[in-house]
Design a protein around this ligand. Structure first.
Ligand SMILES: *[C@@H]1O[C@H](CO)[C@@H](O)[C@H](O)[C@H]1NC(C)=O
Ligand SMILES: *[C@@H]1O[C@H](CO)[C@@H](O)[C@H](O)[C@H]1NC(C)=O
Length: 405
């Protein structure tokens, strides 16, 4: 290689002889071939790790230097991946929103004094409340997931509340799937279900989310929570509320030992017979025949609700077969159906003050309430409104640091 280079530089202006040219071309060929071999070798070595490289430094393999890793990455990305431009597909930049989209002052009501239950517990006193949070998401909601991470999930006081969360979605068959896979590699907080994202399969999605919650023993967490991406969650306030709020009826006790369903409740009488045939998952399960099995029950509005870990364990125990073929928007009714049929004796907390739409955020005004101290789950909010809520002075002590932007 040294002689090749000197040939080139010293004889730049002199025409090469044919033989010299042949040697040069041959040498260049060998060089390129060696490059291809090296590339394939590196690729084989690094393929498994390539995704994690995107999010954080890897542990050093075999005592190597960390500088080697970006080199591996660039050799992977520069040559081979033109067709999917892996580097540029997912926009990794954080949201930078202006102030303008925050909700109007008339939406809020803080005339009452701050309630006792909202006082933060002494730091040393309590074990954190552990919540497994499944955020029901559509692949295309890239911005909403960013807002959730930035304005809801970042900087929570972990001594008060520990969140194990995942965004849960199906696939679309579109370019978004590729962007999602890169987003997932970066953030490691996404589960892509083996089902198409489809309003006809929302019941199935709810069911799979429940199974996700139950992936760990109920004795290791307090509540499974489900939330929509257009719901703003004050998770520390929620934890304080779940612990201390005087409920009607009073809470029976520890969520790891008792059955509790918490949220804003509706009423329904739908009971379904589970259809074990999965060949047409978009077809709704048949209704239970008329009779005493078709009693009315409460079900949680799907935008944000909690089931105690004990209740989750009850719903997934062997022998329980849950119906799960139900179209949007009745997919949340299904939750009530499960609890009514398989969770007898569950304490249901209808917490409308805590879980609701703000004034002006629902077509039916009787369904809306001012955002106040009690509002721990605010539904139907825009991304900018989430930012506004995160900045409120009244909620200041519910995150560890002031938001950066
Ligand atoms: C939002 O705007 C108000 C007034 O325009 C300003 O006082 C406040 O500092 C802004 N808040 C943030 C977080 O930018
Ligand atoms: C605001 O809160 C106060 C105290 O809770 C209550 O009396 C009042 O009715 C509320 N106002 C509105 C508009 O809801």
């Amino acid at each position: 290689m040294g002689s090749l280079r000197s040939n080139y530089s010293t004889s730049g202006r002199t025409p090469f002889s044919t033989r010299r040219r042949a040697i040069l071309v041959g040498a260049a060929g060998v060089f390129l071939f060696a490059l291809v071999l090296l590339y394939n070798h590196l690729k084989a070595l690094s393929l498994d790790r390539a995704t994690s490289i995107l999010s954080e430094p890897l542990p050093l393999p075999d005592g190597g230097q960390s500088e080697e890793i970006p080199a591996t990455k660039s050799s992977t990305t520069s040559d081979a991946t033109e067709e999917c431009s892996w580097d540029s597909i997912y926009d990794t930049s954080p949201l930078e929103l202006g102030n303008s989209s925050a909700m109007e002052a008339s939406v809020f009501n803080f005339t009452a004094s701050r309630p006792e239950w909202l006082v933060p517990p002494p730091r040393h006193l309590q074990e954190p409340l552990v919540i497994r949070l499944g955020i029901i998401s559509h692949p295309r909601e890239f911005e909403r997931r960013k807002a959730m991470r930035q304005y809801v999930l970042a900087d929570l006081p972990t001594q008060e509340v520990t969140i194990q969360y995942r965004f849960i979605m199906g696939y679309t068959g579109s370019h978004d799937d590729l962007r999602v896979s890169q987003e997932r590699a970066l953030h490691r907080d996404i589960i892509v279900l083996d089902q198409e994202e489809n309003t006809d399969r929302m019941g199935e999605k709810r069911w799979r989310m429940l199974k996700w919650a139950a992936d760990v023993p109920g004795s290791t967490y307090d509540y499974y929570m489900s939330a929509d991406t257009d719901a703003f969650l004050r998770l520390a306030a929620l934890a304080r509320r779940l612990r201390r709020y005087k409920t009607r009826p009073a809470l029976p006790g520890n969520p790891r030992e008792t059955d509790i369903m918490w949220g804003q409740m509706g009423q329904h009488g739908l009971h379904l017979v589970p259809n074990p045939d999965e060949s047409h998952p978009q077809i709704e399960d048949p209704e239970t025949p008329p009779g005493p099995a078709r009693f009315w029950y409460q079900y949680p509005y799907g935008f944000g609700f909690l089931l105690s870990s004990h209740l989750v364990d009850r719903l997934v125990r062997p022998g329980v077969v849950l119906p799960h073929h139900m179209h949007y928007p009745s997919d949340d009714v299904l939750l009530g159906n499960w609890v009514a049929d398989w969770g007898e004796g569950t304490t249901v907390v209808n917490d409308i003050e805590g879980f609701h739409d703000p004034i002006g955020h629902h077509s039916d005004p009787s369904n809306t309430f001012p955002v106040d101290w009690d509002t721990v789950v605010t539904h139907h909010v825009k991304v900018g409104e989430m930012r506004g809520l995160r900045y409120m002075k009244e909620f200041e002590d519910e995150w560890d640091v002031s938001p950066a932007s």
